[in-house]
Design a protein around this ligand. Sequence first.
Ligand SMILES: Cc1ncc(COP(=O)(O)O)c(C=O)c1O
Length: 451
Amino acid sequence: MEKRTFLKRMGQLAAASPFLMHPGATAARSLDATAHEVGPAFPSGTGVHPPKPFVTGSRSGSPAALRGLQGNELWERVRADYELKEGYINLESGYYNIIPRPTLEAFLEKVRMVNREGAYYMRTVQWENKARIAARLAGLLGCGADELILTRNTTESLDMIIGGYPWKAGDEAVYAEQDYGAMQMQFGQVAARFGVVNRVVSLPLHPASDAEIVNLYESAITPRTRLLMVCHMVNITGQILPIRKICEMAHSHGVEVLVDGAHCVGHFPVDIPALDCDYYGSSLHKWLAAPLGAGMLYVRKEHIPRIWPLLAEHHREPTDIGRLNHTGTHPVHTDLAIDAALDYLEALGLERKSDRLRHLQRSWTEPLRGVKGVRINTPEEPRRSCAIANVGVDHLTPAGLADVLFDEFGIYTVAIDGAGVRGCRITPNVFNTEAEMEHLVEAITTLAARG
Ligand SMILES: Cc1ncc(COP(=O)(O)O)c(C=O)c1O
C-alpha cells in the first residue's frame, strides 16, 4: 500500500473512534484493557511514518512448510502466520508472545475436543498426555522427564521454590533488585514468615566481564546463605547473565541456585544440565509461543523431596516430581497446545529463531549507540542479549517516551523506570520486520534531536 493511501486510511479509521481522537498516555497504557479495533493515526507533521508492511496474515496450514524456507522468504512466511492488529507496531512481545495461526488452530481444536469428550477425557488420558508433553519439553531442555513439570507460569514455578524451600530462621537468600517483582515479593513473604534474611545486589547495565557479575553475587553470600535467585535474562534490559559461572561459584559455597528463565525457553537454546542450576522456571506463553497460562519448572532430582508443594499432594513417593504438580481441575487444552507450539518451534528452528531475534535487536541498537541524547541500557556484546533491549532518551521520562512512540510513531513498547533502568523495553518478535526496526531508529533519532 502507498504511504499516502495508508495514512489516508488510518485517518478515516481514526475519525471513527473516540479513542483515536485523543491518543496519549492513558490510551497507550490502557491498551490491554480496551477492545478497540483500530490503532492511532500517524500525524503527517512528524516527518516519520510507519513502514509499509502492516500486513496481517491470512495463511493457515502446517508449520512443516517453514523447514524448507530461508532468508526473506522464511520471515515473510512466518509473518503471514500471524494475525496482527493493524495500526501499531507491536514491539512489546516481552509481556507474552501472541501465537501463530497453526498453534492457535491446534489450541482451538483441543478446546473443542476436551469439550466434546468431557469427563471421559479427564479420567482417561489427561495425565498421560500431560506427562508426554512435559517429557517432550524436557527433551528440548536436556533434562530428565522426571525432573520437569508443567505449571501455569514462571511465577507459580519460582514462587513454589521460594515459598516451599525448607527455610529456618536466620537463613539467607540472595537476589537482584532488577529481578521480577513477584519473586521479590515472595522473598519478602518468606522473610516475614520464616525469618529469612534477604541480601539484594544491583546488576550493572554494562558489565565489563562475567567475573564482575559473579563477584557481585559472591559478595552477598555469607555462611548462612541457602538460596540464590538469578535471572537468566533480565526482563527490563534483556541482559543475559552467565548462569553456569554463577552456579559454579554458588555451589562452591554450598548455595543452591534458582534460575528465573521466564524469557529464555523458546527464545534461545537452553541446556539445563549445562547450566548446572538447581531449579529453573520459565513461562511457555512467552517465547515458546504457547497459549496463555503455560509454564514449566525444573527441579534437580535430589532436591525434589525437600520442597513443600504449592498445593498438597501426599499420594506419591517423595522423589516423584508429580508431588509438586497438584493443580486441581485446570485448562488442560492449554497443556495440550504446548505440543503444537513445540511443533512450530521445531519447524522454525530454535537457532534460526534466536539468530533472527538477535539480528532484529542489533539492527536498531547498533545505529543508536553513540547517538547524542540516546542511552542503550543493554550490553553491546552479542552473547549478553538476544531479542530484548532497552533504550532511553535523555530529555524524556520513560513514560513520556513510551507515550510519544505510540502516539506519534505508532510503536507500542513499555516504559521501565526503576532499579537503575530508565527507558523503554523494546521487544521484537519473529513477525517483526527490518523495516519496522528502521522506523524505530528514525523515531528515536527524531526524538533525541528535539532535546
Ligand atoms: C524475569 C521474569 N520473571 C518472571 C516473570 C513472571 O512471568 P509470568 O507472569 O508468566 O508468571 C516475568 C514476566 O514478565 C519476568 O519477566
